[in-house]
Design a protein. Structure first.
Lengths: 219, 219
DNA sequence: CTACAAAGTTAAGCATGCTTAACTTTAATG
DNA sequence: CATTAAAGTTAAGCATGCTTAACTTTGTAG
């Protein structure tokens, strides 16, 4: 089994690969994990030596099947813990990510399966992200667009929210822009790419940073 | 905050101090944590430098107030997790210790308090050991003796079981010698210090190793 | 196609927490 | 009280995972 650090590297590589396809730059990983580029180059060699990634100097990192399996397993642990902490222990939407970031590396497969069972084998976590199943399958997300690409006058439903920033989640909670919420786009402002949307019958203005992190489906 | 290793050292020191009083030898800690004596001597210096223990070369280790506070906090985490895993997730008596050994270092104070609350602020863990409370107080155990010191013909109740050995716990479960069980001492055998006891109306023979790890009160 | 900035890698070094081997202190024995 | 075995410590070294500083490669602009 890889170390805790290696698990986090593999998870991060998976994330970027999943978002942008293909191979991932050391700089992206470094920024994501808050370590130096040098540390990431170093680790890339070790991960490649152990067969978790393909790594060509200056060309980026790419998970092997073996590496992806680990990454998905860690994501599964992370997302099951998040859901469990909300449903069973009453933690809030914004608190669970940080907690899960540690628990994901310190739980036996056995316990994870117990949690999975207690939650009745859920497919999505509290941020709308798919929970990899025990057999390795990843539930399909609906066809989403970032809220920033939504069209004036149309109605949308919130289906996924990037969960890394506690500030973002706290802000969304305050605005009551929670998962599965239905909203309407009132106006897009070219000036700063902010947006006026209708939620709970009220018009609110949201920034570009927010609209890039919230994913929606058209109703 | 101390590292995970340091937390385990402090917990171990507390355990021996609590059992045998006074100061603890490096060899005891080393055996308990399955590291070399050298590693323990090394760590003793570091723990002393940080004010967690008093350490005199060749004279043993002793927790300071600061060190004891950490040790009790880790014990609290450990024992709350054990109870939680049994009560909420249906793990078995023998499985929880190993799991808790990792979880105890990777949970926020906040989450621990939530677990405490959900369990309604319990005083004892599944092995009968006291759970240090949030305010630092340690619930009092009844006056117990090791089963090995029990007297022929008298009746006793199981009140505490050392929980480090999964084999022991599995064996006890098989014999249905569980917490709070009432038993009667039929015979003590001087030959090998084994004992014949009555449990569920049946006579069973148990070894000295077992009777030294099970603690009882006289009924 | 050259020069140069940006991106990425290598090198050297540090902290932590271990190991084994060599050495020192303690305490029990005669 | 001198000897010696047991207990404990120090020394040297290793693995992991970081850091900063120096260097190399890549790709783009002139
Ligand atoms: Mn998360
Ligand atoms: Mn993590
Ligand atoms: Mn335990
Ligand atoms: Mn532990």
């Amino acid at each position: 089994m890889p170390s805790i650090s290696k698990e986090d590297y593999l998870k991060s590589i998976y994330k970027f690969q999943n978002e942008n396809g293909d191979s991932v730059s050391t700089a992206d990983i470094a920024a994501d994990l808050d370590v130096s580029n040098a540390a990431t180059s170093d680790m890339a060699k070790k991960l490649a030596a152990q067969g978790f990634i393909k790594y060509e100097k200056y060309k980026g990192l790419k998970l092997t099947g073996k590496g992806e399996k680990i990454a998905l397993n860690i994501l599964r642990r992370h997302r099951l813990w998040e859901l469990f902490l909300i449903k069973v222990l009453g933690l809030s939407w914004s608190e669970v990510h940080r907690e899960a970031e540690n628990l994901e590396h310190n739980t036996s497969e056995f316990l994870i399966d117990k949690i999975d069972e207690l939650l009745n084998f859920p497919e999505f976590d509290p941020h709308g992200s798919p929970i990899p199943q025990k057999n390795g399958e990843v539930p399909k997300l609906p066809d989403m667009i970032p809220l920033s690409k939504a069209v004036e006058g149309k109605r949308y439903q919130i289906k996924n929210v990037h969960d890394e920033s506690e500030d973002l989640i706290n802000y969304l909670t305050k605005l009551n822009l929670v998962l599965n919420k239905k909203i309407k786009i009132i106006e897009k402002l070219n000036f700063d790419n902010s947006m006026i949307i209708e939620n709970d019958g009220e018009n609110i203005t949201v920034s570009e940073k927010l609209t890039n992190s919230v994913f929606v489906t058209k109703i």
